[in-house]
Write a new protein. Sequence first.
Length: 145
Amino acid sequence: MSNPDPGSGGFPPLAIGELAERAGKRPSAIRYYEQIGLLPPPVRIGGQRRYDTASVRTLAVIDTAQRAGLTLEEIKALLSASPDDRSAIDRLRAIADRKLPQITALIERTELVRSWLESATRCECPNLDQCPLFDDLPLETHAAL
C-alpha cells in the first residue's frame, strides 16, 4: 500500500479546515501565510489544498513568534532556514537581542501607567485642577527616563 503523504509519517494530508482547527487559526490566515511565503504552497488533491502535519508545527511557531513581538518578515527569515541550518538559532538570538530592550521599555511604561491608574482610582480631589496626578511630568516623559 502506498503512503498517502510521505512527508508526514504516513498520516493523511489535512484539508485547510482541519489544519485551521488543529492550529487554532482561521483558514483565511492560513491562505494569507501561504501568500506571503510563511507556509509553503500545499499540494492540491481534487483542487483542494492539502497540508502535511508539519504545517501544524509551523503555524504554532508563527503564533508563538507573533505573540513574542516578531514581525512577519522576521518570522519568514527564521522559517526559511533549512533544518540543518545552525545559523538559524543565531538569527533568532539576534532578533531577541534587538527586541528585548523594546519590550523592557514597554514594560517600564506599562508599570508607570498602572501606578498612575491605581492612584487615580483612589483620587478624592474635588476637581482636576486641584488633582496632583496631573502635576507630574507626562507619562511619555517618564517612559523615556
